[in-house]
Design a protein around this ligand. Structure first.
Ligand SMILES: Nc1ncnc2c1ncn2[C@@H]1O[C@H](COP(=O)(O)OP(=O)(O)OP(=O)(O)O)[C@@H](O)[C@H]1O
Ligand SMILES: [Mg+2]
Length: 519
């Protein structure tokens, strides 16, 4: 094992320990903004190097430079010991580098096989793509990763995790020796993540070197051999994963101590106050069946469940995104049955969707336009007119309040780091001033420091009387809730007060291995 200091040292290139990849002294500016400054990383064959850092630290930029998607201002890249120049994605592919970016570059209208075949070198006689051998190869790749995605289904009809597997499959079709994965598990279930970890074990056993970007620190420590931490585009250091724990890694990333999520139990009991939302027997086959819940004013109600348990579908019914099959809802005592998300927003109910990039943002528009999108109807604005000046002022306040890292509110959202894009989506709906805010996986892809800021925002909203429904697969973060309901197979099967909402208890309720909670 290479020791921590040697990893920092560019001269290690001449040492006998084999490396498959070195990036040395890489710098990159965007406009006046220094996204990377003199960053170096070293990856050895058969090892996993995690890149950690807060939102906007420069992780994706570093990987995009390696991929030939951006060009570095300065810096050297060595692959298997030889210096290389990577100007285009094809250069990277030729060198055996492969990438699964934060935004999967798949063609939705193409099938899984067609997507996997892209860029693979399988030309038969006459230079035509040899489809039969491509299919054979694709099946081999799937066998290797132990995951079958239907090859003839269009990518747009696949689940998010399956799309990701197609992207990984494409890498392996090209016989990559270095694979970089940018936040692979952000939208994975625990099971899918476990499967990925075993795929990574298979790959490293074959000598593949892996660059792994993730905000889930527990996972980083489980998967990685080495960890390189960036902060504001600079190298903080490189460490052996075995020498780190969550606290020390967090400290390296954020540069200060970060408090654990504190349980809310015992503060106040909003559940004793007036109900805002009552849901009775809500049904839309096949995903939501006879679901009932009560949400009080100023309450934070968590929704736990396995993926596929119907949580996102329930949220969609609550905002009128899908038609309700049966059941009733009342909001503030009056019948509530929105026919569209727009009607829901008018009634004061907003949903921060899980699929934020596609559903929550217009990447080509500016920060201020995106932040203003949900709140055009402002309580104080009687005419309901849209004032760009006012939008900019509100956006500036929001950027400060939510700690969004952007050069200005006029910056294009597509230029922001993934986590900062997510903060904008959350901010956009918070600015709409809803009386009920539904959050679907609010902190996926958000760094450890900013996560705490989002919890603070949620708590402040609740304290000011907003009711919160928070769907989360991170059962530890459900600690910020007053109560947690558990969804299984489309129904609410238990309601758990904060004090009993431990990770273990919630997990067993989700799997149905525990007696039901008395509700
Ligand atoms: N094409 C671009 N134009 C302008 N600025 C950019 C561009 N791409 C990235 N940046 C800026 O470079 C910085 C680093 O961004 P990067 O996406 O590498 O962060 P990251 O570490 O991957 O963050 P996250 O964890 O949120 O994904 C950010 O400040 C971002 O706004
Ligand atoms: Mg990123």
């Amino acid at each position: 094992m290479t020791d921590a200091t040697a990893l920092d040292d560019p001269t290690v290139a001449s040492s006998p320990s084999p490396t498959c990849l070195e990036m040395i002294g890489v710098s990159k500016q965007f406009g006046g903004h220094q996204a990377l400054e003199d960053v170096s990383i070293t990856l050895s064959p058969g090892r996993v190097l995690a890149l950690c850092g807060a939102n906007g630290a420069g992780k994706s930029t570093l990987v995009r430079i390696l991929a030939g998607a951006e060009s570095a201002d300065t810096g050297t890249i060595r692959v298997h010991g030889s210096e290389v120049s990577i100007h285009a994605p094809q250069d990277a592919t030729r060198l055996g580098l492969s990438f699964i970016h934060q935004e999967l570059n798949l063609v939705p209208k193409f099938t899984a096989l067609q997507n996997m075949a892209m860029g693979a070198d399988r030309t038969g006689r006459g230079g035509v793509l040899d489809l039969r051998s491509l299919r054979r190869k694709a099946l081999q790749v799937q066998e290797r990763i132990g995951y079958q995605v239907p090859l003839d289904v269009k990518v747009e009809d696949l689940a998010v995790s399956e799309r990701w597997m197609v992207s990984l499959g494409r890498s392996l079709m090209r016989d990559a020796t270095i694979v970089a994965m940018d936040e692979p598990t952000a939208s994975f279930t625990r099971e899918e993540a476990e499967r990925l970890y075993s795929i990574i074990d298979e790959l490293t056993a074959d000598g593949v070197g892996i660059i792994y970007i993730s905000h889930r620190l527990e996972e980083v420590l489980q998967v990685a051999d080495d960890v390189t931490v960036l902060r504001n585009g600079r190298l903080v250091g490189s460490f052996a994963a075995a020498d780190l724990d969550i606290a020390s890694l967090t400290h390296h990333i954020v540069g200060r101590e970060v408090a654990q999520v504190a349980h809310r139990a015992g503060e106040v009991d909003p559940a004793s106050g007036p109900a805002l939302l009552e849901v009775r027997g809500l049904t839309r086959e096949p995903r939501v069946r006879d679901a009932s819940l009560t949400l009080h004013r100023g309450e934070i109600l968590g929704v736990a469940g396995l993926v596929g348990s119907g949580r996102t579908e329930l949220a969609r019914l609550l905002i009128g995104a899908d038609p309700v099959g049966a059941g009733t809802m009342t909001l503030d005592g009056a019948p509530y049955r929105p026919r569209s998300p727009f009607e829901a927003i008018k009634a004061g109910v907003a949903l921060v969707p899980e699929e934020r990039r596609s559903q929550g943002l217009i990447l080509r528009n500016t920060v201020s336009t995106n932040l203003g999108m949900a709140s055009l109807r402002e309580p104080g604005n009687k005419l309901g007119t849209y004032s760009p000046r006012r939008a900019v002022r509100i956006a500036r306040e929001a950027v400060a309040r939510f700690g969004i890292k952007a050069n200005s509110v006029h910056e294009t959202v597509g230029e922001l780091s993934g986590g900062n894009q997510q903060k904008i989506v959350v901010g956009k709906y918070v600015l709409a001033g809803p009386q009920l805010l539904i959050l679907d996986e609010p902190t996926v892809g958000v760094d450890v420091g900013a996560r705490g800021e989002i919890y603070d925002i949620i708590r402040d909203l609740a304290a000011a009387g907003t009711s919160i429904l928070m769907i989360s697969s991170d059962f530890e973060e459900l600690a910020i809730c007053d109560r947690v309901v558990v969804m299984r197979e489309g129904s609410i099967v238990a309601t758990v007060p904060a004090a009993r909402a431990t990770k273990d208890h919630l997990t067993s309720l989700c799997f149905g291995t525990t007696e039901q909670e008395p509700s």
